[in-house]
Design a binder for this molecule. Structure first.
Ligand code: PLP
Length: 463
């Protein structure tokens, strides 16, 4: 795609923005409905987006941690369109399709441990929802209906259905909404910034693992069904746990017969350099993995949960009648399954996981260089997930005395970066970066140069 090609098409930015006033966007500030003017994205290729004015933007958030193989792959478009002409849709209740069967088979072959059973959903929220409902179903079937409490973490994000949002712990997302609070409990997540200065790393790890064990004991092990955790807290601000955290939490879960659900909606499909991060990065084989986003690289919506043989084999074949009455019209949609298959083929053929393992450390190193900007208070990440956190401090750099928290600082940085050719994902005072996994070192240099300019321009505005 070239800008020239873009200019040959007609985009009326004002007209689109005017009509967009009827599109209630996710996380919309309701007072602003009708007056928002969002950037109109028009075309995309590789790591680049083009807006309706013909400006090229690096897709810093990779859509929303999802356009893993990059935009505009012709072979994806071909596979998808061929499947639409072959069969557009089939009911997953009474029939199946070659693509859905093959994709389930390929995922099960590559999944950690005995996670050999694939339940397709429409996205990440419905994958988490399906996991909670399956676990409750499983415990009811086993004759322990009281074992249905779930423990998740503060700052965690698991989705926007009633169940998955109730599992989420991000405080700012709780305003004016209702949640299930009886069955869902939250413990602190390990966050290096929350570690008391006089506490050793080992003691802090012990404390955060003890938080889980204490919560299980407080609720009662007979009542706790599962622990749900993201390997790295994604929209909570890319918070990387201390080494050994997930392993230790899994041990605690095993001790009390509590299932472990690893929410890999963001961390799977290459974001950390592996298909799934649970086993390859964090050394655990959970009972259920939830995935979405990179599963199809966002070419078509799809999610999935991968379930262990241990759970499935608990259902007695001779008994019958254990129908898991949960599912979606679009579970295993053949077009989405074809996109998933092609996505996996491209990732493996083009050695995208190896590429992330090579460029990821470079990306992190360059991001760390932002620490010398006085309003940058923290920089963290892993693989191709990164976060720069800013505070208006006394100007002495990271860790300086905090004078004020500017809730709009992320938006300000995004606006400055967009003018210079980079789209940023602002979350309050953080900028989260998760570019397409195909990004090269030169492109990382471009991205970081713009990010630095954007943060420095913001600093000039606010100090
Ligand atoms: N789980 C995690 C860890 C996520 O980051 C997200 C979305 O960002 C979800 C679940 C929800 O996925 P979706 O938006 O596809 O429903």
């Amino acid at each position: 795609m070239t800008v020239q090609k873009l200019r040959n098409r007609l985009y009326d930015t004002e007209e689109i923005q005017r009509k967009d006033n009827r599109f209630l966007h996710p996380w919309e500030l309701m007072e602003e409905v009708g007056s928002n003017k969002r950037t109109v994205t028009a075309e995309a290729e590789g790591i680049y987006l083009y807006d309706s004015e013909g400006n090229r933007l690096i897709d810093g958030p990779g859509g929303m941690w999802c356009v893993n193989i990059g935009h505009g792959r012709q072979e994806m478009a071909d596979a998808i369109s061929q499947q639409i002409m072959r069969i557009t849709y089939n009911s997953p209740w009474s029939t199946t399709s070659g693509p859905a069967a093959e994709f389930a088979h390929q995922l099960a072959k590559r999944a950690p441990g005995d996670l050999n059973n694939v339940f397709f959903t429409t996205g990440g929220s419905t994958a988490v929802d399906a996991a909670v409902r399956l676990i409750q179903f499983y415990n009811n079937y086993l004759g322990r209906p009281e074992k249905k409490h779930f423990i998740a973490r503060e700052k965690g994000y698991h989705g926007s259905t009633y169940i998955s949002s109730s599992l989420s712990g991000k405080i700012r997302d709780k305003d004016f909404l209702d949640f299930e609070t009886d069955l869902f409990h939250h413990i602190p997540c390990p966050d290096p910034l929350d570690k008391p200065a006089d506490m050793s790393d080992a003691d802090y790890l012990d404390k955060t693992v003890a938080d889980l064990e204490n919560m299980i004991l407080e609720i009662g092990p007979d009542k706790v069904a599962a622990f749900v955790a993201e390997p790295i807290l994604a929209s909570g601000g890319v918070i990387v746990p201390p080494t050994g955290y997930h392993k230790r939490c899994l041990e605690v879960c095993r001790k009390y017969d509590v299932l472990y659900v690893s929410d890999e909606v963001v961390t799977s499909f290459g974001r950390l350099g592996h298909l799934f991060a649970s086993e390859d990065v964090f050394g655990i084989v959970p009972d259920i993995i939830t995935t979405a986003k990179g599963l199809t690289s966002a070419y078509v919506p799809m999610g999935a949960m991968l379930v262990s043989d241990r759970i499935i084999s608990a259902f007695d074949k001779d008994k019958g009648g254990a129908m898991y009455a949960n599912g979606y019209t679009y579970s295993g949609h053949p077009v989405a399954a074809v996109a998933g298959m092609k996505n996996l083929e491209i990732m493996e053929r083009d050695k995208i996981f190896e590429h992330v393992r090579e460029v990821g450390p470079y990306f992190q190193e360059k991001l760390q260089e932002m620490r010398d900007i006085p309003i940058v208070s923290d920089v963290r990440g892993m693989g191709l997930m990164g976060c720069v956190e800013c505070l208006i401090s006394d100007g002495s750099g990271g860790g300086g005395e905090v004078l004020a928290m500017d809730y709009d600082i992320g938006n300000r940085i995004d606006a400055h970066c967009q003018k210079r050719g980079l789209l940023v994902r602002p979350i309050i005072n953080m900028c989260v970066m998760s570019p397409p996994l195909t990004i090269t070192k030169d492109q990382i240099d471009d991205m970081m140069a713009i990010l630095r300019e954007g943060i420095e321009a913001t600093m000039a505005d606010v100090i």
